[in-house]
Design a protein around this ligand. Structure first.
Ligand SMILES: Cc1cc2nc3c(=O)[nH]c(=O)nc-3n(C[C@H](O)[C@H](O)[C@H](O)COP(=O)(O)OP(=O)(O)OC[C@H]3O[C@@H](n4cnc5c(N)ncnc54)[C@H](O)[C@@H]3O)c2cc1C
Length: 104
C-alpha cells in the first residue's frame, strides 16, 4: 500500500463507488476487510488483517469498519488513522487519531 490508504469495511458495502472516488481524490489505494472478501465484494489480495496483508501507510482512512482485532492486526503500524463510523462506540475509534461519527 502506498503512503495513503483507504479501507472499505462492510458498513459501506453498498457505497464502494463513493469510497473509490474519495480515494482517487487524495491518491490513496483501497484496502478491504475480510467480510468484504468473504462476500466477494472485494478481492482477497486487498484484504488487510490477520489473514490478509499487513500495511503501514502514513495515512489510513478507515471507512465503515468496526475495528475488530483481526483487522487491527494488519494496520496498527499505520501513521495517522482517521475513522468514519456512525457508531460512536465502535472499537475503531480506540485506534483512530481522528474520528468522524457519521454515516459515510
Ligand atoms: C480467525 C479470523 C481471522 C480474521 N481475519 C481477518 C482479516 O484478516 N481481516 C479482517 O478485516 N477481518 C478478519 N476477520 C474478521 C473480523 O473478526 C471482523 O469480522 C471483520 O474485520 C469485520 O469487518 P467490518 O469492520 O468491515 O464489518 P462489521 O464488523 O460488520 O462493521 C461494519 C461497521 O460499519 C459501520 N457502518 C454502518 N453503516 C455505515 C455507514 N453508512 N458509514 C460508515 N460506517 C457504517 C457500523 O457501525 C460497523 O461498525 C477474521 C476473523 C477471524 C475469526
Amino acid at each position: 500500500m502506498p503512503i495513503k490508504g483507504s479501507a472499505a469495511g462492510y458498513g459501506v458495502k453498498d457505497n464502494l463507488g463513493r469510497v473509490t472516488e474519495l480515494a482517487e481524490c487524495y491518491g490513496a489505494s483501497i484496502a478491504s476487510l475480510r467480510r468484504m472478501t468473504d462476500s466477494a465484494l472485494m478481492t482477497y489480495e486487498k484484504q488487510v488483517g490477520l489473514t490478509g496483508r499487513t500495511v503501514a501507510p502514513v495515512v489510513y482512512l478507515a471507512i465503515g469498519i468496526s475495528g475488530a482485532v483481526h483487522h487491527i492486526a494488519g494496520m496498527e503500524g499505520s501513521g495517522i488513522v482517521i475513522a468514519i463510523n456512525p457508531d460512536k462506540d465502535a472499537p475503531i475509534f480506540e485506534y483512530a487519531d481522528y474520528g468522524i461519527v457519521e454515516e459515510f
